[in-house]
Each structure stands twice: as structure tokens, then as C-alpha cells.
Design a binder for this molecule. Structure first.
Ligand SMILES: [Zn+2]
Length: 172
């Protein structure tokens, strides 16, 4: 049981590119730490659906998702994910991040559908299509593996709001 500290916006580590993860002891530790940290954060912050390994200091391509409360309920680990197809159709979303301490939200555009190639915890290669909330979530998390943050997608500084205002105006 290891809850790790989340690296915050401004830390240059968040801008690094992660490398492919290899199966073995280190990967097991990363997955365990991601799970422990995400469950802890979801309880503490009352919000959030996923965590990427670089956010807790491992520059490896690993993502853990626990999106049980969204309409496409899903718990999964993605190892070495890459987006192999993106829809032309875009959706507008309010996005935040544990690395922003979920203090503010940004309104940005994401692809409505994506196809992702990844490995699961058992090393099985999977190609899967995601739509709407899971699609935008995975785009956010895969961005982390490439050193990209949600704020990089902002078109205007007017599309930033504090969490309190988001809760009042936009939370379902
Ligand atoms: Zn994030």
C-alpha cells in the first residue's frame, strides 16, 4: 500500500516523455502505486477518474482508470497505450487534473472517438475503441505520457474556471 505524492503543474517532470514499460517487478510496483494513489485521491478529492504514471514520478507509459461513476463504468490498466485512430468529430469538455490539484477546469476540445492499442496487465495486446467520456479521458491520460497537459489545449484564457464555479454551473 503506497500512496504517492502527485506531481503538480510547474514541475518539469510533467513535461518529460515517458518510455515504454517492460513487464516485471518495476511495472508491478507502478501499477500498485497508481491504484493506491488513485483510490486515495478519489476519496480525498471527491472527483477524478484516472492517473498516469508520470504524475506519481514514474516516466513509464502506464495508466490506471477507475471511472466507475461515469456512464461508461470502467476499471482498467493500460500499458504502452497509443492512439491509432481519431475521429474528425470533436466534443467540447470541461477538463481538470490531479496535477492541477483539481483547483480549476479548462474547456477544451477532444476527439469524440479514438482507437487505442495497448497491453493489459496480463500482457495481452488489445485494440479498442472508446467514445465520449472514456475517449476524452484517455486522450487526457495518454497526453500525460507525452508531456502534454490539458492547459496546452486551451484556445483562450477565458476558458478557465475555478472548481467551485464548475461545481455550481456544470457538474452533473
Ligand atoms: Zn491529468
Amino acid at each position: 500500500m503506497t500512496v504517492r505524492e502527485v506531481i503538480l503543474l510547474g514541475n518539469p517532470l510533467l513535461r518529460e516523455k515517458s518510455s515504454d514499460a517492460a513487464f516485471g517487478k518495476e511495472l508491478e510496483t507502478i501499477i500498485e502505486d497508481l491504484k493506491d494513489t488513485l483510490i486515495y485521491l478519489q476519496r480525498k478529492k471527491g472527483i477524478g477518474r484516472a492517473l498516469a504514471a508520470p504524475q506519481i514520478g514514474y516516466l513509464k507509459k502506464v495508466i490506471f482508470i477507475n471511472a466507475r461513476n461515469s456512464k461508461n463504468s470502467r476499471t482498467m490498466t493500460l500499458i504502452n497505450p497509443t492512439i491509432v485512430e481519431k475521429s474528425k468529430e470533436m466534443i467540447e469538455v470541461w477538463d481538470s487534473c490531479y496535477s492541477f490539484d483539481v483547483a480549476f477546469f479548462v474547456q477544451i476540445k477532444r476527439h469524440k472517438k479514438i482507437k487505442v492499442e495497448y497491453m493489459d496487465e496480463n500482457g495481452r495486446k488489445i485494440v479498442e475503441e472508446f467514445e465520449d467520456d472514456l475517449s476524452e479521458l484517455l486522450q487526457h491520460e495518454i497526453d500525460h505520457l507525452n508531456g502534454i497537459l490539458a492547459t496546452d489545449h486551451l484556445k483562450s484564457g477565458k476558458d478557465i474556471i475555478m472548481r467551485e464555479e464548475w461545481e455550481k454551473r456544470y457538474r452533473n
